[in-house]
Design a protein. Structure first.
Length: 142
């Protein structure tokens, strides 16, 4: 009988939002300071688009002091250093405007990285590249 009363009291306390070992552990995990990012990477480092008007999306990763690599694309700030060549959205999607070569600048976690953007003239049928078309999707999906 005593066990039944204890179970009812424990269940009622948990339902009322009283702290439990699980909620205390979750709160501790949520208040851990973020790991410091020591370096950021743009993937791919050289972006080649085979026609003006083409689109391309880049990924940004950060390496922590502990050696973990994490996705920073959603927190990164993107900037085209050659606005006449391509525009870039807040999500990291490039829209090419003309042929040429330029630079993409990315800032995340207090770090800055740059990538080369090359827009080549369209020549007939578009050829797909595993490195430029498939790898970014696989990296993003994990």
């Amino acid at each position: 009988m005593l066990l039944a009363v204890w179970c009812v009291v424990a269940f009622t306390a948990a339902a009322a939002g009283a702290p439990t070992a699980a909620t205390a552990q979750a709160a501790t995990a949520a208040t851990k300071p973020a790991e410091a990012i020591t370096e950021i990477f743009i993937d791919p480092l050289k972006i080649t688009v085979d026609s003006p008007g083409g689109r391309f999306r880049v990924l940004v990763s950060g390496k922590t002091a502990a050696g973990r690599v994490i996705d920073l694309t959603h927190t990164a700030e993107f900037r085209s250093l050659d606005a006449a060549l391509f525009q870039v959205s807040a999500r990291g999607e490039l829209q090419t405007l003309r042929d040429g070569r330029g630079t993409l600048e990315v800032r995340a976690a207090g770090q800055t990285a740059r990538a080369v953007v090359e827009v080549r003239p369209a020549e007939g049928v578009r050829l797909y590249s595993f490195e430029n078309d498939i790898t970014p999707m696989l990296n993003r999906a994990g």
